[in-house]
Design a protein around this ligand. Structure first.
Ligand code: ARG
Length: 563
C-alpha cells in the first residue's frame, strides 16, 4: 500500500500540481499526534492567493476521506491519520498475496546494469576485501533484479599483467607439483613470493619474467598453457567460496579478455589528441582535475590495469548498452576509477557519468592480527569455518535438541558473516568480533534469523488458521508500528538502489525484527481471546516472516525454520 501515492492522488483532485510534485511534498510527521502523513500548504500560497492555513482548511473540507480515520489541519499543514484497521488489512493481504515477490517492482524494466564485483586475482588469495566486494555486489545484483533491472554480474578477474611472466619463471624454477595440485593458491603464492626474494639478489630474473610475459602476450603455446592452468586451478578455489555464498556471475571476462580490445581505445584516445608522452610513457593529463596523469602505456610499451579498464568500459557500453555501470571495489582504488571515468569523459562520452565506483572500507579483526599476505589465504576459509563452528556451539548451548544442527549452523554462521559486511554504510571500516556477530540479541544476522524462526514456531503451534480475521483490532501501538515497517519494504529497497547501499536493506530487516519482537513481548498471541483477532495476529506473524525472508534473500542470507 503506497499511502503517499493515495494521498497525492486525493490531493491532486483539488490542486493543480503534478502528482510527483505533490508526492514529494508529503512528509512523515515527527510525532504520532500529527498524523501519519502531512501535507504542508506553504508552496500553494502564491497560486491560491491565500494564507497557507486557509488553504489547509479548504482542502480538508473538500478531500475524500475514505480509508482514513481522520484528516485534519494543524496550522498550514493537512495531517492524515490512517485508518489502522484498513491499513493493516491492506498491507498484510498484499504481503500474503505477493509472497516471495512482495517488495519487488518493475521500475527498472528495460534498463541494464553491469555490476563488476568480487574480481579476485588469479594465483593470489581471495581475501577478506574480495569477500566484501562479493557480498555488496551480490546484494546489489539481487536488489536491482528484484526491482526489474536487467543485471549483468561480471567477475573482472585479475588474470593478466607482467606478474604472470614472473609466475611462469618461478614455476619453471621452483614449483612443487604435488603441492600445486593440493593447495594451488598457496603454492602459487609461495613461488611468487620466492621469485621476489630471489630477484632482489639476482635482478636478471626480472628480465626473465618480462621475457615470459612477452611470450605469453605473443601467444606462445607453452606459456599460454601454463597461464591457463594457473587460471583453472585458481578458479576452482574461488568457486568454492562462491558456492558457499550462493554467488553466480553472468560473465567471467577478466583482464585478459581485453587484450585484443585495447588498441582500438588507445587509437581513439590518440586521435582525440589526448595522449601525451611523459617520461617515455603514454599518458592522459589530468592537471585541471588535480589528479596525476592516467598512464595508458608504460615506457616499455606495456599496457596496464587502467588500459584494460578503459577497454572494459567501452566493451560493456557497446555490448550491454548499460543504464548504469557499477564497480564494487575498495576505496583504495578511488583514484584509479576517477581517472578512468575522466578519460572516457574527455573522449566525449557523457555515459562516463553512468559509471559508478561503489567503494567500501577496510576489514579488521578484533581478536587477531592480519596483515601478511600469506595469513590471508588461510584466513578466509578459516573465517567461514570458524563462523559455522562457533554458531554450532551457540546452538548446542541454546537448543541441543535441534534437528539438522549442521545445516542450521551453516546458514546462520555464513549469514552472520555476510550480515556483518552489509550492516553498516559500506565506506565504513569493519571490525569483526565474534561475540558481537553471533549475539542472538544484538543487531546481527542470527538475531534476525532467530526472529524468523520464532515467528515460524508460533505459526506451527497455531496450526492451520481457519475462520475470519478481524484486522480492525490490530490497532495497538506495537501492531501499528510493525505493520508500518512491513509496508515500507519497497521504498527501502529503492532507497538502497538509489544510494547503492545494501546496508539500507540490512538496517530495514533489523527494524522489522525489532518491531516484531516488541509486539511479541507486549502481546501473547496464542492467548488472544477472540478467535478473529487471533487469526488476524497470526496473519501478521506470517506476513512478518515473509518480509524477513524476502529481505534476507536480497542479502543472500537463507532463513531457517527452527533454530
Ligand atoms: N582485481 C582487482 C583487485 O583485486 C579488482 C578489480 C576490480 N574491477 C575492475 N574493473 N578494476 O584489486
Amino acid at each position: 500500500m503506497d499511502y503517499k501515492k493515495i494521498i497525492a492522488e486525493r490531493l491532486k483532485e483539488h490542486i493543480e500540481l503534478e502528482l510527483e510534485v505533490i508526492e514529494k511534498f508529503i512528509e512523515n510527521p515527527p510525532k504520532p499526534e500529527m498524523g501519519d502523513y502531512a501535507f504542508p500548504c506553504f508552496q500553494l500560497a502564491k497560486t491560491f492567493r491565500k494564507a497557507p492555513n486557509m488553504i489547509a482548511e479548504e482542502l480538508v473540507t473538500k478531500l475524500n476521506k475514505e480509508g482514513f480515520e481522520k484528516i485534519e489541519t494543524a496550522g498550514p499543514y493537512v495531517n492524515f491519520f490512517m485508518d489502522k484497521g484498513v491499513f493493516a488489512q491492506n498491507t498484510i493481504e498484499k504481503i500474503l498475496n505477493e509472497k516471495d515477490k512482495y517488495g519487488s517492482s518493475e521500475v527498472g524494466k528495460g534498463k541494464s546494469v553491469t555490476i563488476d564485483f568480487s574480481s579476485p586475482n588469479i594465483a593470489k588469495p581471495f581475501h577478506v576485501g574480495h569477500l566484501f566486494s562479493t557480498s555488496i555486489g551480490n546484494s546489489l545484483y539481487k536488489m536491482l533484479s528484484f526491482e526489474g533491472y536487467n543485471c549483468i554480474g561480471i567477475n573482472h578477474l585479475g588474470d593478466w599483467g607482467t606478474q604472470f611472466g614472473k609466475l611462469i619463471s618461478a614455476y619453471k624454477r621452483w614449483v612443487d607439483e604435488d603441492a600445486l595440485e593440493k593447495e594451488p593458491i598457496k603454492e602459487l603464492l609461495r613461488i611468487y613470493v620466492k621469485f621476489h626474494d630471489e630477484a632482489e639478489k639476482d635482478p636478471s630474473l626480472e628480465d626473465e619474467g618480462r621475457m615470459y610475459f612477452k611470450k605469453l602476450e605473443d601467444g606462445c603455446q607453452e606459456e599460454v598453457e601454463l597461464w591457463k592452468r594457473f587460471k583453472d586451478l585458481s578458479l576452482k578455489e574461488f568457486e568454492k567460496v562462491y558456492e558457499v555464498l550462493g554467488v553466480k556471475f553472468d560473465s567471467y571476462a577478466g583482464e585478459s579478455f581485453y587484450n585484443d580490445k585495447m588498441d582500438a581505445v588507445i587509437e581513439e584516445i590518440k586521435s582525440k589528441n589526448l595522449l601525451v608522452e611523459s617520461n617515455g610513457a603514454q599518458v592522459v593529463m589530468m592537471e585541471e582535475e588535480n589528479m596525476p596523469p592516467c598512464i595508458i602505456k608504460k615506457a616499455d610499451g606495456a599496457t596496464i590495469y587502467a588500459t584494460r579498464d578503459l577497454a572494459a568500459a567501452f566493451y560493456r557500453k557497446n555490448n550491454y548498452d548499460f543504464y548504469k555501470s557499477i564497480y564494487v571495489v575498495g576505496s583504495d582504488q578511488s583514484l584509479h576509477f576517477k581517472q578512468v571515468f575522466k578519460v572516457i569523459e574527455k573522449m566525449g562520452y557523457d555515459w562516463a557519468n553512468d559509471c559508478k565506483h561503489v567503494a567500501f572500507g577496510l576489514v579488521r579483526f578484533a581478536d587477531r592480527k592480519l596483515s601478511t599476505r600469506k595469513g590471508q589465504v588461510i584466513f578466509l576459509e578459516e573465517l567461514l569455518n570458524e563462523a559455522v563452528a562457533k554458531t554450532k556451539e551457540v546452538i548446542e548451548e541454546k537448543n541441543p535438541q535441534l534437528e539438522n544442527k549442521e545445516e542450521v549452523a551453516q546458514k546462520v554462521g555464513i549469514g552472520a558473516v555476510i550480515f556483518t559486511y552489509l550492516k553498516n554504510r559500506r565506506e565504513k571500516d569493519i571490525v569483526f568480533k565474534w561475540d558481537e556477530m553471533l549475539n542472538f540479541e544484538g543487531e546481527t544476522g542470527p538475531y534476525v534469523q532467530y526472529t524468523y524462526a520464532r515467528g515460524k514456531s508460533i505459526l506451527r503451534r497455531a496450526g492451520e488458521s481457519t475462520g475470519e480475521a478481524d484486522f480492525s483490532k490490530l490497532s495497538s501501538t506495537e501492531e501499528f508500528e510493525l505493520i508500518k515497517v512491513l509496508g515500507n519494504f519497497n521504498e527501502e529497497i529503492l532507497d538502497g538502489i538509489d544510494k547503492l547501499e545494501p546496508s539500507i536493506v540490512t538496517r530495514y530487516v533489523i527494524d522489522v525484527a525489532k518491531a516484531f519482537n516488541k509486539f511479541y513481548n507486549a502481546h501473547n498471541i496464542m492467548a488472544t481471546e477472540e478467535q478473529s483477532v487471533k487469526n488476524a495476529r497470526l496473519k501478521m506473524v506470517e506476513a512478518t516472516c515473509q518480509v524477513i525472508k524476502n529481505a534476507l534473500s536480497l542479502l543472500s542470507i537463507e532463513v531457517v525454520e527452527k533454530m
